[in-house]
Write a protein that binds this ligand. Structure first.
Ligand SMILES: Nc1nc2c(ncn2[C@@H]2O[C@H](COP(=O)(O)OP(=O)(O)OP(=O)(O)O)[C@@H](O)[C@H]2O)c(=O)[nH]1
Ligand SMILES: [Mg+2]
Length: 326
């Protein structure tokens, strides 16, 4: 090792690149960001749900959706954000940071941390402010069905946690011991605080996605001072709504990547002897309880999202509850 370059090569080869992992290409990447020790961090926030905290989480999700290469959508619940990205389809043709795992987790956690703290700092009493931090992990998948399983899993968790959080506010720890989610729903109903009455974002989580709208823009011509209208201007925006992940179209997947045909989560789970129907039943049970009926892909009755209504139509024709300019 005669030169500094030699030492650099030695360090890189033996240490720095030793844990350099590159994710598979032509695949979906899901990045899940999670608040660090939020059990204690959230002690000063409103229970069961804090709108200021949720707004800061939402801001972090929007920022991730804008900055993560190939990002398609983001799902937010409790202290976690799941970002779905791909290196194929219309959002990207190459992987973010070339699929370098360490870059992806560290940069996405810091994007979320910055955005969350900035938003919270702007909306809370500074003397009472505490910085939050986030971890990040990455999953790589090639099957659309696995992506759907992932989001259904997180949504079932959202609903379970949501019921438990409300129950924890209204009942003692002791009286909730050995109670199932179904028991808690009954207890809340009897207590006069039916969980079903909470807004969708508290029950189902928030779903952010990229959207293109065509609209007419009115502006003032600086030279003449005249009002002008430009017709049919395309604009990219981030839309948000609450929806139940019932089929693929709810996730706006760009289509299966070429060559992606490894065993799906269902096949793997079945091989391991798991009852995969139970997984689907659980989500369906929640949906039944909430909506009073089962969702089906051709249930196109609702075309607009309104407050306190679950998004029910499938396909790309959905309207956004609120929209922000990219
Ligand atoms: N008060 C309040 N707490 C919330 C809200 N949303 C999430 N939380 C809390 O955030 C915590 C998230 O828990 P976890 O992510 O499982 O655990 P953690 O303490 O963050 O631990 P690690 O993620 O392992 O670092 C739970 O204790 C929730 O009660 C909210 O709107 N209000
Ligand atoms: Mg956490």
């Amino acid at each position: 090792m005669s030169t500094v370059e030699d030492i650099g090569d030695y360090i890189k080869d033996n240490f720095e690149n030793k844990y350099r992992t590159i994710l598979p290409s032509k695949a979906y990447t899901i990045i899940r960001i999670d608040g660090r020790a939020f059990h204690s961090y959230t002690k000063r926030f409103a229970r069961p749900f804090d709108d200021v905290l949720m707004a800061a989480m939402d801001h972090a999700a929007e920022e991730l959706l804008k900055q993560v290469g190939g990002a398609i959508c983001a799902y937010v619940q409790s202290d976690e954000i799941s970002i779905l990205a791909s290196d194929f389809g219309k959002e990207a043709t190459e992987a973010w940071f070339g699929g370098n795992l360490q870059k992806i987790v560290s940069v996405s956690a810091s994007i979320a941390t910055n955005a969350f703290n900035k938003k919270l700092l702007g909306s809370s009493d500074v003397s009472n402010f505490e910085f939050a931090s986030f971890d990040a992990r990455v999953l790589s998948m090639t099957e659309d069905s696995d992506v759907l399983y992932y989001f259904r899993w997180r949504q079932a968790d959202t609903m379970r946690n949501s019921v438990r959080s409300v129950a924890n506010v209204h009942f003692s720890h002791k009286s909730l011991q050995n109670k199932t989610v179904k028991d808690m729903l009954g207890m809340l109903q009897e207590r006069g605080v039916p969980w079903e009455k909470f807004g969708d974002k508290y029950k189902f989580g928030r779903f952010f996605y990229k959207d293109t709208v065509v609209e007419d823009i009115t502006y003032t011509d600086k030279r003449t001072g005249e009002q002008r209208v430009e017709l049919g201007v395309e604009r990219r925006r981030i839309a948000v709504d609450a929806r139940v992940f019932s089929d693929m179209s709810d996730l706006m997947l760009p289509g299966k990547p070429e060559g992606g045909n490894s065993g799906s989560a269902r096949e793997v789970a079945e091989e391991m002897g798991a009852n995969t129907d139970e997984m689907e039943e659980e989500t369906a049970l929640f949906v039944d309880m909430i909506t009073g009926r089962r969702l089906s892909p051709d249930d196109t009755e609702e075309t607009e999202i309104k407050e306190d209504r679950v998004h029910r139509e499938s396909g790309a024709t959905r309207a956004a509850k609120s929209v922000r300019v990219l």
